[in-house]
Ligand binder design. Structure first.
Ligand SMILES: Nc1nc2c(c(=O)[nH]1)N[C@H]1C(S)=C(S)[C@@H](COP(=O)(O)O)O[C@H]1N2
Ligand SMILES: [Mo]
Length: 163
């Protein structure tokens, strides 16, 4: 009886430890949004998929797939389209990552009403999950000469007023 109990607690605690270690990576969307979000790989996979072909640091072209940054922010209720005017033109998006790296975008850069280039929150490169340390979510920003805003290990998207 005691043995069974012991075995059960070991399995249970072991399971909890494994769960703590494999806690899924999330993207938090907060700040000037109507609906703050916490997205998991599962919820991102339920959103509309987009693909972008872009050249990496070495100039090699890859097909990246994931969810458009616009679609994520749109789901959180960020002011885009006809609402991106007046004081909202002074809003920014700060992208934060697991290693503390942070980069900034203006909203018109992201909004298809202003810009034809799709900024992607990529989950795959050439059909494969992103390599360890470069995922599970990475920004892909087509058309830039340096990939300095291709933030890997994206954790947080914060919309704010610059004034
Ligand atoms: N999280 C995070 N993302 C980052 C960086 C970083 O230091 N941390 N460096 C950026 C810079 S300056 C470059 S040039 C590219 C390099 O990407 P690569 O190593 O996959 O070629 O990643 C960008 N994304
Ligand atoms: Mo860089």
């Amino acid at each position: 009886m005691i043995k069974t109990w012991l075995l059960a607690s070991i399995i249970c605690c072991g399971g909890m430890l494994v769960q703590a270690q494999t806690k899924p990576a999330t993207i938090t969307v907060n700040g000037e949004v109507t609906t703050p979000l916490t997205l998991t790989l599962e919820s991102l996979n339920q959103m509309k998929k987009s693909s972008v072909t872009a050249a990496d640091k070495d100039g090699k072209s890859h097909v990246y797939s994931g969810v458009a940054l616009y679609d994520i922010l749109q789901a959180a209720g960020v002011t885009f389209g006809s609402a991106l005017r007046g004081e909202n033109m002074a809003k920014y998006l700060l992208v934060k990552s697991g290693d503390g790296y942070e980069v900034l975008f203006s909203l018109p850069e992201i909004d298809p009403a202003f810009n034809d280039k799709t900024i992607l929150v990529a989950m795959e490169s050439d059909g494969q999950a992103l390599p360890q340390g470069k995922g599970p979510y990475r920004l892909v920003v087509p058309g830039e000469k340096r990939p300095a805003r291709w933030v890997w290990e994206v954790t947080t998207l914060t919309v704010g007023f610059a004034k």
